[in-house]
Design a protein around this ligand. Structure first.
Ligand code: ADP
Ligand code: MG
Length: 247
């Protein structure tokens, strides 16, 4: 029997009014894969992630998680969303809560975990991202890189089967990009399944197992990262990479 992908997306379409932003996307993600999604601004990368975890309602197509179809508005969707975490460009921490409280919010409120267990997990994952010494800090006291590491720890406390990242380093000062990419590299080493929208080409090339290149709402290339960066097949991808090298 062939192994079932963790996530399978079939004919995904998303329109905003008459603007078709995602045009018939097909791809799947296997357990343990780290997939980077690259492409110019406006190509539909964020919308794709948001459709996957139900932050946007898709216009058409089907999404399966471990073989089970995720229908919008269904009970499965709520359950699925606890299994698939998301990390945003703008951190989205609760600014009125401490680091520790931020990392206990999901587990106590959504998973109804007791405080002791929630605190244990919070500290476990804050330690993992090197932020355990900051449990009593407020987000405003942290640097961007520290905030993003807390946001990653918060996502990890839910012990998700998959993590989606939408440009996790794009809002950071250059000197803080490395610390966040380092955390993500460690998660990749641990075998966490991840889908990462990024403009960090070296990270995509060296850390991800597979890279998806999107352009104007279409998946133009989807291949092993090593292959795609060495031998882009399409003129569009070549052009995109060339612009990056020049920038
Ligand atoms: P990317 O993340 O690749 O930069 P997005 O997914 O954010 O691209 O956007 C893709 C297209 O969808 C853009 O043209 C954008 O303007 C449009 N779009 C995204 N969100 C909305 C929305 N809520 N309403 C209308 N148009 C949107
Ligand atoms: Mg985006």
């Amino acid at each position: 029997m062939e192994k079932e992908p963790m996530l399978k997306v079939e004919h995904l379409v998303k329109s905003f009014g008459t603007h078709e932003v995602l045009k018939d996307l097909d791809f799947s993600v296997n357990k343990g894969e780290v997939i980077c999604v690259i492409g110019s601004s406006g190509s539909g990368k964020s919308t794709m992630l948001r459709c996957i975890n139900g932050l946007e309602t898709k216009t058409g197509g089907r999404i399966f998680f471990e073989g089970k179809e995720i229908l919008s508005g269904s009970k499965e969707l709520a359950k699925f969303r606890t299994k698939v975490g998301m990390v945003f460009q703008s951190f989205n921490l609760f600014n009125n809560m401490t680091v520790l409280q931020n990392c206990m919010a999901g587990t106590t409120k959504v998973l109804k975990m007791n405080k002791e267990d929630a605190k244990f997990l919070a500290i476990k994952y804050l330690r993992k991202v090197g932020m355990a010494p900051y449990i009593n800090a407020m987000p405003a006291q942290l640097s961007g890189g520290q905030k993003q590491r807390v946001a990653i720890a918060r996502a990890l406390t839910m012990e998700p089967q998959m993590l989606l990242f939408d440009e996790p380093t794009s809002a950071l000062d250059p000197e803080m990009v490395g610390e966040v990419l380092g955390v993500m590299k460690n998660l990749a080493k641990d075998g966490l399944t991840m889908m990462i929208v990024t403009h960090e080409m070296a990270f995509a090339r060296d850390v991800s197992t597979r890279t998806i290149f999107m352009d104007q709402g279409v998946i133009v290339e989807n291949d092993i990262s090593e292959v795609i960066f060495k031998n882009p097949r399409t003129a569009r991808m070549k052009e995109f990479l060339k612009r990056y090298m020049e920038a």
